[in-house]
Design a protein around this ligand. Structure first.
Ligand SMILES: NC(=O)c1ccc[n+]([C@@H]2O[C@H](COP(=O)([O-])OP(=O)(O)OC[C@H]3O[C@@H](n4cnc5c(N)ncnc54)[C@H](OP(=O)(O)O)[C@@H]3O)[C@@H](O)[C@H]2O)c1
Length: 206
């Protein structure tokens, strides 16, 4: 059985998007600053779908290669799905990886032949369970803030990965929100320091 991992790019003050996010500003106003590290390095990294090439450090490219190849299923939230318009039908991870979208209602128009998307209307625990079953020995990647928060509260996450960007966004969508007062302990298991981003991986201590 693989791990359940969460991973997002976050500003130093804890935002994963700026304010007023939507299809016109997928990462909110000013939020694209968070993704500058994908184009500021000297090593080409072609995403598994083949649809994008990042320019990142060689160490980050090795890390992404390792992370992407370990993912057997994705769990995401409906806002991320809508804002990206379902990644245009093909997630950067490739069309073979099943994606479970947590939502209150199933959108129309996404039931085409071979769609990787399953819309889960009975909560994050069900989404993670279905994703685990689909992933087999591989990992489940959780990639939406509200879903990560619910998974943390429910004790479903094994690992949290943060690409920490040295900018203070000041406003927007918080990564670690609505978590209550109980401490959640993390143990740092990896750090990759690049000039414009620090890649941090933590084990969730349970
Ligand atoms: N920085 C990064 O690396 C990164 C990566 C990905 C995304 N993002 C950004 O993150 C933002 C979106 O994150 P978010 O946390 O606001 O939204 P989200 O987690 O993507 O989606 C939240 C929505 O999912 C549905 N949902 C969540 N939990 C549910 C539950 N238990 N039962 C039923 N439905 C549930 C609800 O939608 P409905 O009620 O409509 O069904 C809810 O409004 C966007 O700005 C996106 O661009 C950033």
């Amino acid at each position: 059985m693989g791990k359940v991992t969460a991973g997002l790019t976050m500003s130093l003050d804890g935002f994963i998007a700026g304010p007023n996010d939507g299809p016109d500003h997928p990462l909110g106003e000013g939020g694209m600053r968070l993704f500058d590290w994908y184009t500021s390095g000297d090593t080409d990294y072609v995403v598994p779908s083949g649809g994008m090439t990042f320019k990142i450090s060689s160490r980050a490219a090795e890390m992404l290669q390792e992370v992407f190849s370990s993912i057997g299923a994705i769990v995401t939230g409906r806002r991320t799905f809508d804002i990206t318009n379902g990644w245009g039908g093909t997630h950067p991870i490739g069309e073979h990886v099943p994606i479970f979208v947590v939502t209150h209602s199933v959108p129309e128009g996404w039931d085409y032949e071979g769609t990787p998307f399953t819309f889960v209307t009975d909560g994050v625990e069900s989404a993670v369970e279905q994703a685990r079953a689909a992933a087999g020995d591989k990992n489940v990647a959780v990639s939406a803030a509200s879903v990560i928060q619910q998974c943390l509260r429910a004790g479903l996450l094994d690992e949290v990965h943060v690409d920490l960007v040295p900018v203070l966004l000041g406003d927007g969508v918080r990564m670690f929100d609505h978590l209550g007062r109980e401490h959640i302990e993390l143990e740092r298991t990896r750090i990759i320091e690049d000039p414009d981003v620090t890649h941090l991986t933590f084990r969730v201590v349970r």
